[in-house]
Ligand binder design. Structure first.
Ligand code: PMP
Length: 415
């Protein structure tokens, strides 16, 4: 209790919750307890309003028009790029490429980096805890080009084995691609250290920031990531928009990804001259409404303060680990120190789907299954887990309700 009171003084959770209209919904007559934030986060009203406002009063295609609306829409779109730049502390807005999300960002990199810099027998180092979106694009490249994947193992706590990481480099290593934070275990990987090791071998690193950007201050320069990907919808922004950050000298050396409008300076049937960065990678009409709304979401979390959000979520993480840890027969996957507020678990031999379905009846939304990380499930020796993942608007009372819900479901199976 004391914890909560102290917390209220520093972080006005009631006020924050009012910004998210969906949180007052009832599910099966019970207050919604939304704990599926790693899959996607809910949206504050200002983000949804930004979408409607732009459609109602500014809408026009960007970059091509001399007319007022087009220029205004372009300005909003380019200001959003600057907001993203500032948010992750990139050197230049030329380093911010808008995509549809983390998945497209990684596919863009795999396709272009693969084309420019990789040939049969070259190697990419991944981690055992990658999301499928940071595995399958490299496997497609393996099928097309014969590249080889090397995998950093982890210990039983869910920490990467950095001693093994160093041993995976060879003269054929061309790239390291690693999650900043695991969407299943909550482990925060030491990407700065991993980048330093990669650079010592003359190799760039891609960091998948889908699960870090919403929860902690990210500084791509401090991290020294060569590439960094994230999705708007996981950081309280809209679906369908995301970012690929790349150091300018790397992006300059990559070929275009898709061809079309926006990414060219001039086209004739004989020859096309491509646009400068970042437009070279942005073929077609961008989701300029989405980028405005993404910038609104980043402004929203910045106004609360990423450090304060991280502190609130760290409190929830340790409280959830403590309270869930007391439940008889529970197995929690991922116990690395400083982990993010994600708790994957199984109780006794209750199937994850049964647990998820019954928790849903109590108004508690969790995710069940392999969480798009089947190789990690194999490492854990399970087919799937139940996952509760927290966000800036979750409360200690919701953790209590989750723990109580799990106990109730367990009793149904083991009276
Ligand atoms: N990487 C990680 C670590 C993720 O958690 C996710 C989403 N679950 C993704 C990549 C893919 O993100 P998106 O579906 O938004 O492209």
């Amino acid at each position: 209790m004391c914890h909560l009171q102290m917390n209220k003084m520093m972080y006005d959770i009631e006020q924050i919750r009012k910004d998210f209209p969906i949180l007052s919904r009832k599910i099966y007559g019970k207050p919604l307890i939304y704990l599926d934030n790693s899959a996607t986060t809910q949206k504050p009203k200002c983000v949804v309003d930004a979408i409607a406002d732009e459609y109602y009063s500014v809408n026009a295609n960007v970059h091509r028009g001399v007319h007022f609306l087009s220029q205004q829409a372009t300005e909003l779109h380019e200001q959003s790029r600057e907001t993203v730049r500032r948010f992750i502390n990139a050197r230049s807005s030329n380093e911010i490429v808008f995509t549809r999300g983390t998945t497209e960002s990684i596919n863009l990199l795999a396709a272009t980096f693969g084309e420019a810099f990789m040939e049969a027998g070259d190697e990419v180092i991944l981690t055992v805890m990658e999301h499928h979106s940071n595995i399958v694009p490299w496997q497609l490249l393996a099928m097309r080009k014969g590249i080889i994947l090397r995998v950093i193992p982890m210990d039983d706590q869910g920490k990467l084995r950095l001693d093994e990481y160093g041993k995976l480099f060879s003269p054929r290593t061309k790239l390291v691609a690693a999650a900043h934070v695991s969407n299943v275990l909550g482990t925060v990987n030491p990407v700065r250290e991993m980048a330093a090791t990669a650079h010592a071998h003359g190799v760039p690193i891609l960091v998948d920031g889908a699960q870090s950007v919403p929860h902690r201050k990210v500084d791509v320069q401090e991290m020294d990531a060569d590439f960094f990907a994230f999705s708007g919808h996981k950081v309280y922004g809209p679906t369908g928009v995301g970012v690929l950050y790349g150091k300018e000298d790397w992006l300059d050396r990559l070929p275009p990804y898709q061809g079309g409008g926006e990414m060219i300076q001039s086209v004739s049937f004989g020859r096309t001259i491509f646009q400068e960065l970042p437009f070279k990678f942005e073929a077609g009409t961008p989701d300029y409404i989405g980028t405005t709304a993404l910038a609104k979401a980043l402004d929203y979390v910045s106004a609360i303060g990423m450090e304060r959000i991280a502190a609130h979520e760290q409190m929830l993480a340790s409280y959830a680990m403590q309270e869930l840890g007391r439940i008889p027969g529970i197995r929690i996957f991922g116990e690395a120190e400083g982990k993010e507020a994600v708790v994957s678990f199984l109780v006794g031999n209750i199937h994850h789907l049964d647990m998820g379905t019954l928790l849903d009846r109590l108004g508690i939304a969790v995710r069940t299954g392999h969480h798009c990380a089947q190789p990690l499930m194999e490492r854990l020796g399970v087919e799937g887990t139940v996952r509760a993942s927290f966000a800036l608007y979750n409360t200690q009372e919701e953790v209590d309700a989750l723990a109580e819900g799990i106990r109730r479901v367990s009793k149904m199976f083991n009276p």
